[in-house]
Design a protein around this ligand. Structure first.
Ligand code: NDP
Ligand code: MG
Ligand code: MG
Length: 331
């Protein structure tokens, strides 16, 4: 059973009297920075000039270069995109880290795959909210939070774990629960979840279902409703009370079909492929392909993005959502 920490498990705020540099002010960055500040912590933003820098200034933060923010800080949380963290660390962060500082992450990728090799005299930990940054902020304002994972990779000061937990409390996560993990476990499970199930598995399954109906001659709008739009309603029920709760709400016809047809779609063969995906994550092959493509200017990445954006389902969906004012796209 995983160990779970709540507000009252963190008595002393290890961040008191310290300065926290949040590097990057995107999805996670803006949420961590604002939640930490609302909880009374001292925060500066380290970022290049641009859109995010302007947003951080507008939100009332001191905005510095990444190098200057690192100099000013005791705790440096890197919330820039994973693929640029290596260069950013090398050029701006490493030269300005001091013994006893903390280097923190919201995803273990760069430490686990040896892209970033911190010196022995700093603490290295991760605090990874299990949800998008905008929910990390919204739920905090509403009085609760997104649960998070924390893990310590290197404890130079003897306080790494306490600092990580104080950080988790600072962003609000201990209100609902923080689970202990390692960089290896967080990285591998996070990548597997998003590739095999949450993002890759889901989008491929929705598209295959859409194509099956449209190729059989059914109207594309109906196909969209049946295999995509209703997904949220079903997932909400699972989120609230598990599979049983969802199956309680659907018709008996739907439930019967669930049992007899689900295993025909996701087969032992599918699970074999999931294991291959996991193997490529564990042996570093996926990480290497991501890093290599980034070095080549993300040629493959942008090509795949463009192809997927052109899928016929996207056009149908955009038209249908215009007819449903309650489905508002959040930018
Ligand atoms: P975003 O892409 O939303 O934001 C990245 C930020 O970094 C932007 O503010 C961007 O600014 C800034 N940035 C980009 N390049 C540089 C640079 N060269 N120097 C300084 N700042 C730069 O990232 P996310 O919040 O999605 O991801 C951050 C980390 O959080 C990653 O490690 C990710 O794996 C992790 N994570 C993300 C989750 C999510 O839901 N998004 C969930 C859990 C963890 P600009 O506007 O100038 O480009
Ligand atoms: Mg992820
Ligand atoms: Mg139906």
């Amino acid at each position: 059973m995983a160990k779970v920490y709540y507000d009252d498990s963190v008595e002393k705020n290890e961040l008191e009297g310290k300065t926290i540099a949040i590097v990057g002010y995107g999805s996670q960055g803006h949420a961590h920075a604002q939640n930490l500040r609302d909880n009374g912590n001292q925060v500066v933003i380290g970022i290049r000039e641009g859109k995010s820098a302007a947003a951080a200034r507008k939100d009332g933060f001191d905005v510095l270069s990444v190098a200057d923010a690192t100099k000013a800080a005791d705790v440096v949380m890197i919330l820039a995109p994973d693929e640029i963290q290596g260069a950013l660390y090398e050029n701006e962060i490493a030269p300005n880290l001091e013994a006893g500082n903390s280097l923190a992450f919201a995803h273990g990728f760069n430490i686990h795959f040896d892209v970033i090799n911190p010196p022995k005299d700093v603490d290295v930990f991760l605090v990874a909210p299990k949800g998008p940054g905008h929910l990390v902020r919204r739920t905090f304002v509403e009085g609760f939070a997104v649960p998070a994972l924390y893990g310590v990779y290197q404890d130079a000061t003897g306080h790494a774990e306490a600092t990580a937990l104080s950080y988790a409390k600072g962003i609000g996560a201990t209100r609902v629960g923080v689970l202990q993990t390692t960089f290896k476990e967080e990285t591998e499970t996070d990548l597997f979840g998003e590739q095999a199930v949450l993002c890759g598995g889901l989008t491929s399954m929705i598209q295959a279902g859409f194509e099956t109906l449209v190729e059989a001659g059914y109207q594309k709008e109906l196909a969209y409703f049946e295999v995509c739009h209703e997904m949220k309603l079903i997932v909400d029920l699972i989120y609230e009370g598990g599979m049983e709760n969802m199956r309680h709400s659907i018709s008996n016809t739907a439930e019967f079909g669930d049992y007899v047809s689900g295993p025909r779609v996701i087969t032992a063969e599918t699970k074999k492929h999931m294991k291959e995906v996991l193997t490529d994550i564990q042996n570093g092959k996926f990480a290497q392909s991501f890093i290599d493509d980034n070095k080549a200017g993300f040629k493959n990445f942008y090509k795949m993005r463009e192809e997927e954006a052109g899928h016929p389902m996207e056009k149908v969906g955009a038209d249908l959502r215009k007819m449903m004012p309650f489905v508002q796209q959040k930018k």
